[in-house]
Design a protein around this ligand. Structure first.
Ligand SMILES: *Cc1c(COP(=O)(O)O)cnc(C)c1O
Length: 365
């Protein structure tokens, strides 16, 4: 099971609010980075978060069906056939080109509604959005449409979470480009709506990029970027704690091997525990012989290949562990998902997103 600490979410929101004093949009895409979108949405809104963001229409639909009435931004560009649904769900799309804006306008006209749209400007991420030079024209295209409303103007940073000087310079350049594009919209006599840009990295390192609203995701899930000293730059608390249990314990003799591929052999007689959690649950197979889990008060190494549904831990010959004892894979008193991510050369986002539906989420309040 994955324990999700909602008290940590509230504390992280309070900390970020105190630091920035800005409105907060919480991205709850990919099932709230694996934490469970609806519960995270409800808890964060109750804690004062103003906006939510999703990446797919279905994700917005899940929230609306769950009773969420707060504004929800739709970060990705969706297919033409999804536009009617996004309007029915009252999602607020980010748009950065005339063709997409026209398609959204058509959908809104068909539904007889006014759709709130956020203009997305590409200042260096290179993923979505208009060139800064086109921002004013597109803003006026949206603002003048009978069925559209310019609710906001946005950009997204590529390296804002890095403490390296060259990356900080790139972010400053993105900020400056965005600032000028917003100014060009204002100079054209158009209200750009809510100005928002700051992801986790910019919330942490770039005060000037906070504008009206911030969009921190991973930070509120409890993982902060590292400062120049390699330490977490903000004292947020991870929400997710992946736990399981020892469902079987046995003695393995010196020289015996374990699991597929026989990649691990006992150097001495030892006790081996079997844990009912594997790569089918989202525990990366690359952690085979490459991670330690907390059993009792001790961190003990995984032994042998991680299987689809199970893995094994070398408890040591003097272990006092008993069958059914709990083990912690990451989080809580054990090393958190950010440390596991570093081991795998990836980011905590991927670790928590990958813990899939088979693992029940247990909400701790
Ligand atoms: C996911 C996302 C965010 C949040 O990013 P973090 O790095 O988790 O803070 C913000 N803005 C956009 C457009 C995103 O897609």
């Amino acid at each position: 099971m994955a324990n999700i600490h909602l008290d940590h979410l509230r504390e992280n929101i309070a900390l970020v609010r105190k630091k920035t004093g800005k409105a907060i949009c919480l991205p709850v895409k990919a099932d709230a980075y694996g934490h469970g979108a609806l519960t995270i949405a409800k808890t964060s809104l109750a804690a004062g978060v103003e906006y939510l963001a999703v990446a797919a229409v279905e994700e917005g639909e899940e929230l609306r069906q769950g009773g969420i009435t707060a504004p929800i931004m739709l970060l990705s560009v969706v297919l033409p056939e999804e536009i009617d649904a996004l309007i029915a769900m009252e999602l607020e799309p980010l748009a950065g080109d005339d063709e997409y804006i026209t398609a959204l306008e058509g959908g809104a006209a068909r539904a007889g509604k006014t759709l709130s749209v956020h203009l997305k400007i590409d200042t260096g991420m290179g993923r979505l959005g208009c060139p800064p030079g086109e921002a004013a024209a597109l803003a006026s295209r949206i603002a003048e449409s009978k069925n559209l409303k310019l609710a906001g103007t946005a950009t997204h940073f590529a390296v804002s979470d890095s403490a390296k000087p060259e990356d900080q310079a790139f972010t400053s350049h993105q900020w400056e480009t965005f600032h000028l594009a917003v100014k060009s919209i204002r100079d054209a006599g158009i209200d750009p709506g809510l100005i928002h840009a700051a992801n986790t990295g910019a919330v942490t390192f770039h005060n000037d990029a906070w504008f009206d609203m911030i969009r921190p995701g991973i930070l509120l899930y409890g993982y902060a970027p590292e400062n120049k000293e390699g330490k977490p730059a903000l004292a947020v608390k991870p929400l997710m704690e992946l736990k399981s249990a020892l469902v079987f314990i046995k003695t393995i003799k010196k020289g015996q091997s374990l699991s597929y591929g026989r990649t691990w052999t006992a150097a001495e007689d030892t006790l081996i525990g079997t844990i009912p959690l594997g790569y089918g649950d989202g525990l990366s197979r690359l952690l085979s012989n490459n991670w330690q889990v907390l059993a009792g008060k001790e961190l003990r190494p995984l032994a042998g290949r991680i299987c689809m549904d199970q893995c094994m831990v070398d408890l040591g010959k003097n272990s006092t562990a008993r069958r059914w004892d709990p083990v912690t894979i990451f989080g809580g008193p054990a090393p958190h998902a950010g440390i596991m991510a570093a081991r795998l050369n990836t980011i905590p986002y991927e670790i928590t997103c990958n813990i899939n539906k088979r693992v029940p989420r247990v909400y701790i309040d």
